[in-house]
Design a protein around this ligand. Sequence first.
Ligand SMILES: Cc1cc2nc3c(=O)[nH]c(=O)nc-3n(C[C@H](O)[C@H](O)[C@H](O)COP(=O)(O)OP(=O)(O)OC[C@H]3O[C@@H](n4cnc5c(N)ncnc54)[C@H](O)[C@@H]3O)c2cc1C
Length: 319
Amino acid sequence: MPHNILVVGELDGGTPSSTTLELLNGAQGLAGGGSVSVSLLGTGASAAAAQAAGASKAFVSDDANYDTFRGEQWLPAVQAAVEQSGADLVLMGQTTVGRELGPRLAFRLNTAVAMDCVAVTDNGGTIEATRPAYGGNAQATYTFATTPAVATVRAKSFDPATGGGAAETVELPAAGESRVNVTGKEVTESAGLAITEAPIVVGGGRGLGAPEAFEDLKNLAAAIGTDKAAVGASRAAVDLGWFPPSEQIGLTGKVVTPDLYIAVAISGASQHMAGCSGSKMIVAVNRDKDANIFAFSKYGIVGDWKQVVPALIEEFKKG
Ligand SMILES: Cc1cc2nc3c(=O)[nH]c(=O)nc-3n(C[C@H](O)[C@H](O)[C@H](O)COP(=O)(O)OP(=O)(O)OC[C@H]3O[C@@H](n4cnc5c(N)ncnc54)[C@H](O)[C@@H]3O)c2cc1C
């Protein structure tokens, strides 16, 4: 059954963000002959429409007041795009924008939202949304009783769309007044790839025993390739002050969905798994053969990280 799908796009330096391109590819796969549209708000939106691969129509406003996300300004614009596109499915990223806008839009449209999805599929014409449940220990699949269905989707749930952008653009209204005044922005400086973007993430836990051990994990990431791998940490390691809170993985940290997650000296508590169970493959290093992390791992190495990590570094250096 054809679906008309609106992707709520986000701009990153004037171009569609990586998550936007992933959602556009996912939408193309789901549309089944229906339309795929995208909304883009903020400086450069019109130009970015030409790079929104997979969308036939782009709903845009270049108003700079949209540059800083404020839910009450974005909501009417996105609602207008939903109505004009005739969307029966609205996809947005599980980002700062999606986390706030998803529930607000669903409430406004008197419909339902599935948050934090790892997959959105079409099962014989019925849209199904899959999301982690019980702190990542299980996955729940939902259908929608109302339309449009709204889903926020984790990064890397789809491959990015490639090819030409939207042929048609439709102007959205400029931003209205906002009761929210953003007084400043603090950018956290971090060297190398962000853990949410890296195709390979090395996670370190309390079992490392000391903060210096994270240098070994950074060496492992460097041996894999600074353009491929990034280092994150469990909350236990972060709480001990061994690694910055911005790099914490889990329920109260960041959600990572890399191709490969290497969990070193991490027990695999459900709150940690909530942040990494969407990884395509998990490899665990733990000296306890009964550690919970092995239940989630494709490959497990039972041993002391002090021996295993240097051996892995040597292997990766060999290429
Ligand atoms: C509300 C709430 C939210 C939470 N949010 C998060 C979150 O976002 N992220 C998160 O990670 N946790 C979170 N937690 C904490 C979580 O429950 C666990 O306590 C935490 O994940 C444990 O971290 P860990 O695996 O590093 O440490 P531990 O559980 O102490 O595990 C250490 C592991 O290292 C292994 N080990 C020890 N020495 C070695 C060695 N030499 N070589 C190899 N392996 C070794 C041990 O066998 C063990 O399995 C949350 C908890 C609560 C209650």
